[in-house]
Design a protein around this ligand. Structure first.
Ligand SMILES: Cc1cc2nc3c(=O)[nH]c(=O)nc-3n(C[C@H](O)[C@H](O)[C@H](O)COP(=O)(O)O)c2cc1C
Length: 183
């Protein structure tokens, strides 16, 4: 299995990126190949000026084309996902997530915005034709400590992440393959 992780925080290190690192470890223990991407792989001007031919964007599109799944993480900014992440998603082809299973993760300061993934991010993932978008995980800031070194999760969050990785893994196994890959 080949999985892309995409960290959507303008900051690094970051809490949402820390969640992705933990997911990566869990998937690699199962034998998956995980290719980590984050916004810092892109020149800000390429995103702001919508340079569809920038080398980093072309490389991400190539990685996505051969991936089985995507785990995408974002901080909640102003009750939505980060605007910086949107500048990148805007540049992906219309069917960039076709045939892929997607697990969305979000971190935020208040549970009042825990539905941001559902009402803001999921519609965009669906617009990119994701085959299956799984239930997301929302983490409140105090549930993630030490995220700039060795991230530690509260027991409740750790259990939710473990369960979500497990669900993601099973969804990858049953996903509908592109026709070209079957014949
Ligand atoms: C500009 C900005 C806007 C934010 N807006 C919200 C918000 O509307 N709702 C919320 O729950 N948290 C909000 N937060 C808090 C972040 O979502 C939270 O600290 C998050 O965990 C940061 O993730 P990161 O470390 O991956 O960047 C905001 C933070 C910043 C810097």
């Amino acid at each position: 299995m080949r999985v892309i992780t995409l960290a959507g925080s303008p900051r690094y290190p970051s809490r949402s990126a820390a969640l992705l690192s933990l997911c990566q470890q869990a998937l690699e223990q199962r034998g998956a190949e995980v290719i980590p991407w984050n916004l810092h792989n892109f020149h800000p001007e390429d995103l702001l000026y919508a340079r569809f031919d920038s080398p980093a964007l072309l490389a991400l599109k190539e990685d996505l084309a051969v991936a089985d799944g995507l785990i995408i993480a974002t901080p909640v900014y102003k009750a939505s996902f980060s605007g910086a992440l949107k500048t990148l998603l805007d540049l992906l082809p219309e069917r960039a997530l076709e045939h892929k299973v997607v697990l969305p993760l979000a971190t935020g300061g208040t549970i009042a915005h825990m539905l941001a993934v559902d009402y803001a991010l999921k519609p965009v993932l669906n617009a990119l034709k994701a085959q299956e978008v799984l239930h997301g995980v929302f983490a409140e800031d105090p549930q993630i400590t030490n995220y700039d070194r060795q991230p530690e999760l509260s027991p409740v969050l750790a259990a939710r992440i473990a369960e979500s990785v497990d669900t993601f893994w099973h969804a990858l196994a049953r996903r509908r393959q592109p026709l070209a890959a079957v014949v």
